[in-house]
Design a binder for this molecule. Structure first.
Ligand code: 1Q0
Length: 214
């Protein structure tokens, strides 16, 4: 995924989300996790100030990788099979966070909420103009999504960290897909599959009443 010595080609990362969808419109866990790993690599190139975010994302990715290399790995092949398996075997704490290790469903729910942030941020970048503020777009997307699930201190810290984001054109160039116009065209191409992955997961979690698991 690296492009050059220190950059991450965001196109390759976003394309990974396209390969999440199986023929049956199920979401495949491995490319979903790989997509997040790529995003974290990109986040790490933006500076150490974001390490409090990437550490949490890495921990969640690790939990899911552990499930995918456990004896139950086949149950975690897709998000749909994971939900079915964890519900059937009572592996989720539906009321409060319990003693056993975090379930796959609660872990994916956190990443799923972050995917909504990504979707909103990419949508706004796509229609942004040269003088748009990346920090403002990022904060707006965050406030409309993840912030509703974060306590005050995390919200404050996250919003403060966004101020160091590069200006819009510099940010688009960091994506390593060519000019800012090329990057915007790439976002247009990548967004439908990200939205589809988000919508399918949202419907799956809603159907099983899992959108608020602690
Ligand atoms: C570009 C700037 C990146 C901004 C990322 C926005 C997300 C802010 C999230 C702040 C998270 C703070 C750390 C801790 C949070 C946890 O408490 C929380 C809940 O977990 P738990 O176990 O306590 O219940 N965790 C989460 O909400 C998960 C957060 C995962 C965030 C994953 C972000 C991955 C990185 C993405 C960078 C993508 C940049 C792409 C830009 C694309 C532009 C075309």
């Amino acid at each position: 995924m690296a492009n050059g010595d220190d950059g991450v080609c965001l196109k390759e990362v976003l394309v990974t989300f396209q390969s999440c969808l199986s023929d049956q419109q199920e979401i495949l866990m491995d490319p979903y996790i790989a997509g997040w790993k790529g995003l974290v690599r990109f986040l790490n190139t933006l500076g150490a100030i974001f390490s409090f975010i990437s550490k949490d994302a890495v921990a969640k990715i690790q939990i899911m990788e552990n499930y995918r290399s456990s004896e139950q790995k086949s149950q975690y092949l897709t998000l749909q099979s994971m939900v079915k398996y964890e519900l059937a075997n009572n592996l989720m704490d539906l009321k409060k966070q319990g003693n056993h290790s975090p379930s796959g469903c609660r872990t994916i729910l956190r990443l799923h909420r972050a995917l909504r942030w990504l979707q909103l941020f990419l949508e706004s970048l796509q229609v942004s103009t040269e003088d748009s503020s990346t920090a403002a777009l990022c904060a707006e997307a965050y406030n409309a999504s993840l912030a509703n699930h974060h306590p005050w201190l995390i919200r404050k810290t996250a919003l403060l960290s966004f101020y160091v984001l590069p200006a819009r054109n510099d940010f688009l160039e960091l994506m390593n897909v060519g000019t800012p116009a090329d990057a915007v065209a790439m976002l247009e191409e990548a967004l439908p599959s990200i939205s589809k992955v988000y919508d399918i997961t949202q419907a799956l979690y809603a159907q099983h009443n899992l959108l608020d698991i602690p």
